[in-house]
Design a protein around this ligand. Structure first.
Ligand code: IPM
Ligand code: MG
Length: 370
């Protein structure tokens, strides 16, 4: 019999452990009601790891992540660690995982579920039915480019440097993910850069165009400057299907896109690496929201993004589309029934906390599995 698939669970800081607990209950449900079990191990990352071990992520944890079939990540960071040395920031945990596992393609869907159309700060007519996918490059660009650092100049003043750098290979591999995804969706890709001011952006545009002509002539490609894209996302977000962009623009635009949906607390993400010779693809799944230290420990956090990240994990790492679909539908039903955590609360709805929301999802799941 094949060994169980391995999942490494890294809850992290702040609300991370609270929302991960609810995802854990869904994992329990999968085993009880669907006969799908995993070998689960759990470890510390971020500030929690810094406090316990003096580093934001231990090498053993990186090694475990490499061995796992998938990593389910919570969130890291918080004011408690605001003053630690730069190399020890809690965020280093996620940056190292991305880089050392080669997790280059970050898939960030922004979907407006019907029951939540009023939670957006934009007019319902602008966002109803929204379904876009941002594919963000995550191991290159200005996040990792050299030279970097802060130096002191001869006159005693200081100079901070970071470098935006992209190679043909890096652009092609992330663009391929975007084109492949587009074929399964609306068949349109919009490539985003600043080719009007940056050479790295000009190269990005040329490489994506050439790749489309060569390998994806059936997919419609457009190009947009990043500032215009930010504006268009707010003006008329439904014009987009798949957006592909570099690390920094993707960071900004995906936060923007997520807010079109009304709540960061709703959105999962997947970060994928390269298929190896055994058909294994390293992958990490995490909610887009952060560790929300302001509400940590109060039991108010919305667990749906973490639960939906688990659904993405089932779909992309294990091809368990049926189970992923069941979980996604259970989340939508709970919302349609009027339950809301504080972040998506609106008048006439029932405000609930983290664990009641998690329980409600389990109840919906039980209805379909019995
Ligand atoms: C994200 C986050 C990270 C990033 C931080 C925590 C390093 O903002 O995943 O979007 O900038 O990539
Ligand atoms: Mg971000």
């Amino acid at each position: 019999m094949a060994a169980n698939k391995k999942i490494l669970v890294l809850p992290g800081d702040g609300i991370g452990p609270e929302v991960m607990r609810e995802a854990g209950r869904v994992v329990g449900w999968l085993s009880r009601k669907r006969g799908i079990s995993f070998d689960i191990s759990e470890d510390l990352v971020g500030g929690a790891s810094l406090d316990a071990h003096g580093v934001p992520i231990r090498d053993e944890v990186i090694a475990q992540a490499r061995e796992a079939d998938a990593v389910l990540f919570g969130a890291v960071g918080g004011p408690k660690w605001a003053d630690v040395p730069f190399e020890q920031r809690p965020e280093v945990a996620i940056l190292r995982l991305r880089q050392e596992l080669g997790l280059f393609a970050n898939l960030r869907p922004a979907i407006v579920l019907d029951p939540l159309v009023d939670a957006s700060t934009l007019k319902p007519d602008v966002v109803r039915g929204l379904d876009i996918m941002i594919v963000r490059e995550t191991v290159g660009g200005i996040y990792f480019g050299e030279p970097r650092g802060i130096e002191t100049l001869a006159d005693g003043s200081r100079r901070g440097v970071n470098t935006e750098v992209y190679t043909t290979f890096e652009i092609e591999r992330v663009a391929r993910v975007a084109f492949d995804l587009a074929r399964k969706r609306g068949n349109r890709v919009c490539s985003v850069e600043k080719s009007n001011v940056m050479e790295s952006g000009l190269l990005w545009r040329q490489v994506v165009s050439a790749l489309q002509a060569r390998e994806f002539p059936d997919v419609e490609l457009s190009h947009m400057l990043a500032d215009n894209c930010a504006m268009q996302l707010v003006r008329n977000p439904r014009q987009f299907d798949v957006i592909v962009t570099g690390n920094l623009f993707g960071d900004l635009l995906s936060d923007l896109a997520s807010m079109l949906t009304g709540s960061l607390g709703m959105l999962p993400s997947a970060t994928l690496g390269t298929l190896d010779e055994y058909g294994r693809r390293p992958a990490l799944y995490e909610p887009i929201h952060g560790s929300a230290p302001d509400i940590a420990g109060t039991g108010q956090a919305n667990p749906l993004a973490q639960i939906l990240s688990l659904a993405m994990l089932l779909r992309y790492s294990f091809a368990l589309d049926d189970e992923a679909g069941l979980i996604e539908r259970a989340c939508t039903t709970v919302l349609a029934n009027g339950l809301r955590t504080a972040d998506i609360m609106s008048s006439g709805k029932a405000r609930v906390g983290t664990s009641v929301m998690g329980e409600a999802v389990l109840r919906e799941l039980d209805k379909v599995a019995d």
